[in-house]
Design a protein around this ligand. Structure first.
Ligand code: DGY
Length: 321
């Protein structure tokens, strides 16, 4: 089987594919493949390992319907038209579970960075502004004993809650469609309505998938119900918040701060006003970017390819056929 990988794969995944005698071609250029280029490349391969942000829509799938699998190097699969993949019988797989800790760590980092204005303070050093300090200037707020609200308490939210309880003895509330009994029993998490989540959270961390239902949920109507001292954290998908509304909510002090690993759009423009706000911390979508996690993801993505090659059930299939 010949597979095309849209990036250089972390070494453990690559080694696994090579041991399984998969014929691998990696895209090694430091630029994104255009849609047309990717479609053209795929014509020469049996499977695609997608490690880039290319959108896999119906038109793409129609032109690449011969692929035996599209193995995503991500847990999120919002860039794929899953309904079309089902209809066209192109199996799609993802990498669930292995990136929960790294992504939760990123949410924790952003919560703390925003609360202590850390990125802003760092920039002050670079600008040569460390010379004069005032006891009242640039103060942060503390997290200890406050309420963490989680929207979408699954694997990643669970680890974020664990971290926040052990480090800061936080109370945890969450809003999910269904109950998370394990989180209720083991972490004392309390399920609340969406409005209660907004009004009670000191830190509101988003850990849900991007779907047509969740897109744009955090807009001005939602921010207006949050505490003026609250911090909004998003490590899920940028399209879940309305970025113009977030900017206004911060400028008008409707909420206190924000920590974002995901933005809308991505990449964020270097002129985005969020980057100059003291109480905002932004990272360039690095939630899973550790040696350990990226290798674990690559191994999982490779196993999905190898299963397809051997005609076995795909371990992490998100399509239903
Ligand atoms: C994921 O795995 O979904 C990460 O957000 C990378 O896209």
């Amino acid at each position: 089987m010949k597979i095309f990988i849209t990036r250089v794969l972390p070494p453990e995944g690559l080694a696994l594919l090579q041991r399984a005698a998969v014929n691998v071609t990696q895209w090694e250029e430091k630029r994104n493949l255009s849609r047309e280029e990717l479609i053209a490349h795929c014509q020469q391969y049996d499977a695609l390992l997608l490690a880039s942000d290319n959108i896999i829509d119906r038109g793409f799938l129609q032109q690449c319907g011969h692929l035996k699998v599209i193995s995503l190097l991500s847990v999120g699969y919002d860039k794929v038209d899953i309904q079309a993949a089902n209809e066209l019988k192109v199996p799609v797989t993802n990498t669930p579970g292995v990136l929960s800790s790294a992504t939760a760590d990123t949410a924790f980092l952003l919560m703390l960075a925003a609360s202590r204005k850390a990125f802003f303070q760092h920039k002050r050093i670079i600008r040569g502004e460390w010379g004069f300090s005032e006891p009242t200037a640039n103060l942060g707020i503390e997290i200890e004993g406050k309420t963490l609200g989680i929207w979408g308490l699954g694997n990643i939210g669970y680890v974020m809650a664990q971290r926040c309880i052990s480090a800061f003895n936080m109370r945890v509330i969450y809003c999910n469609r269904g109950r998370n009994e394990e989180a209720e029993q083991k972490l004392g998490a309390v399920r609340v309505s969406f409005d209660e989540l907004l009004s009670q959270s000191d830190v509101l961390s988003v850990h849900t998938a991007l779907t047509p239902e969740t897109a744009g949920t955090f807009n001005m109507a939602a921010f207006s119900k949050m505490k003026p001292t609250s911090i909004f954290v998003n490590t899920a998908r940028g399209a879940i918040h309305n970025e113009a509304d977030l900017i206004t909510a911060l400028q008008q002090r409707i909420i206190w701060g924000a920590g974002l690993d995901v933005t809308n759009p991505e990449p964020m423009s270097k002129d985005n006003p969020l980057l100059d706000m003291p109480t905002v911390a932004v990272l360039p979508h690095i939630g899973s970017a550790t040696e350990e996690t990226r290798n674990a993801m690559a191994v999982m993505a490779a196993k999905n390819i190898i299963a397809a090659m051997n005609g076995e059930p795909l371990p992490n299939q998100v399509t239903s056929l």
